[in-house]
Design a protein around this ligand. Structure first.
Ligand code: PLP
Length: 382
């Protein structure tokens, strides 16, 4: 059966140009980039070219790019690194209730270390209000961390405006840009953002690589202790191959997926009664729609669509498989039942209008069949 992939926010297939860059790197850049001989120097040159490409995706200087093992490490390094480097006895961090676990669990670790945390609640559309944000900053606030785009709903925060507010208050600002990079224009140099995380596997490159933008002058306590790689911010021999993959991914031409996403969303809403797009009134990533189907178990629908050849998701990949409703949708004010009936569709390279039309059809048929079996659903619209 032909399979169609609509789960690009979970991970992405490898782009052909990235694959080529990886194979080339395996042959040409295998040496240790810290070695002074010519083999090492060639690996170093290719590593630094990759770093420059990553920097150009982010609109920052190459020396502000710290290579990591992925988005989770980048988020942890930003949050734990900044707060642990601050010697004040009383420290406070502001974040939001809709962050990825990579941020939420790093913050939970800080709480165990005695740091005070404030979790901002979003509005019904998943947006964080700038005035509420401003009011939560205290003289002891070290860091604020607000994601650029949400992985489940695609809701985009005005991180440039929030970072400007933080800077005025003397607070460093981190943003998890794992879902935003490559999908939205990012130009960090012209903002007050101090730290920004990205991940290669959301950008059509392999898993195991990410990067953290660290603005010049920001001090981090490293998490890994060892050699002086990455200007002493991240010890360990760099994965030159994966950095080159991320560099190649940073240069890919990416189509604007808004039209295709809107075709999918509008097609589903037109065909299926009692379906609602979550966070649809917020500015959103161009590739994401999160739709709630009254009376349906999201997991049952994911399985039904999978059997028809379509890969979609109930939301965050790490929470799928568990019956817990999404913490993001709950924070937006949805009931547990509404959260449990919401599906994420996320588009990317390779998706076509024809695939979208087939998906709409499959969703309409699957929802109708599941609702016939549902004890709780009775259609309200004629
Ligand atoms: N932050 C967000 C918003 C994500 O969507 C993800 C991955 O799902 C991560 C962080 C973690 O990135 P990685 O899988 O590279 O560790």
């Amino acid at each position: 059966m032909t399979r169609f992939y609509f789960d690009h926010n979970a991970t992405t297939p490898i782009a052909p140009a990235v694959r080529e860059a990886v194979v080339h790197a395996l042959d040409e850049a295998w040496a240790n980039p810290s070695s002074i001989h010519q083999d090492g120097q060639r690996a170093r040159r290719m590593l630094e070219e990759a770093r420059a490409r990553i920097a150009s995706l982010l609109g920052c200087a190459p020396k502000e790019v710290v290579l990591t093992s992925g988005g989770t490490e980048a988020d942890n390094l930003a949050i734990l690194g900044v707060v642990r480097a601050d010697p004040r006895p009383s420290r406070h961090v502001v974040t939001t209730a809709v962050e990825h676990p990579a941020v939420l669990e790093a913050c939970a670790q800080l709480e165990r270390e005695g740091v005070a945390l404030t979790y901002l609640q979003p509005d019904r559309q998943g947006r964080i209000d700038a005035d509420i944000f401003r009011r939560q900053l205290r003289p002891t606030t070290v860091l604020a961390s607000v994601m650029h785009a949400n992985n489940e709903t695609g809701a985009v925060q005005d991180v440039a405006a929030l970072a400007a507010i933080a800077r005025e208050a003397g607070v460093l600002f981190h943003s998890d840009g794992v879902q935003a990079a490559g999908k939205l224009p990012v130009s960090l140099a012209s903002t007050a953002i101090s730290l920004y995380s990205i991940s290669a596997h959301k950008l059509n490159a392999p898993k195991g690589c990410g990067a953290l933008f660290v603005r010049q002058g920001v001090t981090l306590a490293p998490m890994l202790h060892g050699g002086r790689q990455e200007r002493s911010r991240r010890a360990g021999t760099e994965s030159v191959t994966l950095a080159i993959a991320l560099g190649a991914a940073a240069q890919l031409d990416r189509p604007d997926l808004t039209t295709l996403r809107d075709r999918l969303e509008q097609g589903i809403l037109a065909r299926v009664a009692d379906a609602h797009a979550n966070a649809a009134a917020a500015p959103r990533l161009p590739n994401t729609t999160n739709i709630r189907f009254d009376g349906i178990s999201a997991e049952a629908l994911v399985i039904a669509l999978d059997l028809r050849g379509f890969a979609v998701s109930t939301g965050a990949a790490c929470s799928s498989g568990s019956v817990e409703p999404s913490h993001v949708l709950l924070a937006m004010g949805l009931s547990p039942e509404q959260a449990r009936s919401s599906i994420r569709f996320s588009l990317g390279l390779g998706n076509t209008a024809e695939q979208v039309d087939q998906l709409i059809e499959a969703v309409a048929e699957s929802v109708a069949r599941l609702r016939k079996l549902s004890p709780t659903y009775s259609e309200v619209t004629p």
